[in-house]
Design a binder for this molecule. Structure first.
Ligand SMILES: [Zn+2]
Length: 118
């Protein structure tokens, strides 16, 4: 995974959202969800953000990153557990017949803009 290109895409996405909302305020905070199975390295992502943010509309914005776990659901015994890999075995019965849910994407969850002075 190339974190620099991810952050470039992210900044474009933020710009699009802000423009669509007809806003001109400064972005002060971004909330991201980076799934634990997404393959994205959070420290690299933060570093890429520091490199790319200056001069862009997210310059100075705080980057808040949540790392939602992936859930495994065993098709054999019905157990639910945190999956730490795509090929997770059920923690209860050891079955490999496990469905993985969530924790696989990088999502922009919210954008916070500076309040405009009245
Ligand atoms: Zn099981």
């Amino acid at each position: 995974v190339h974190e620099l290109s991810l952050v470039e895409t992210l900044i474009e996405q933020v710009a699009e959202e802000v423009n669509r909302a007809g806003q001109h305020a400064r972005v002060i905070r971004l909330d991201l969800a980076v799934g634990r199975l997404s393959g994205v390295h959070v420290e690299s992502l933060r570093f890429a953000f520091q490199v790319l943010a200056p001069g862009s509309l997210v310059d100075g914005a705080e980057l808040s990153i949540r790392e939602p776990p992936a859930q495994g659901h065993c098709r054999d015994c019905g157990a639910s557990f945190e999956a730490i890999a795509y090929l997770a075995a059920c923690v209860r019965c050891g079955s490999g017949n496990v469905r993985i849910e969530g924790g696989q994407d990088l999502l922009l969850e919210s954008i916070e803009l500076e309040e405009e002075d009245e």
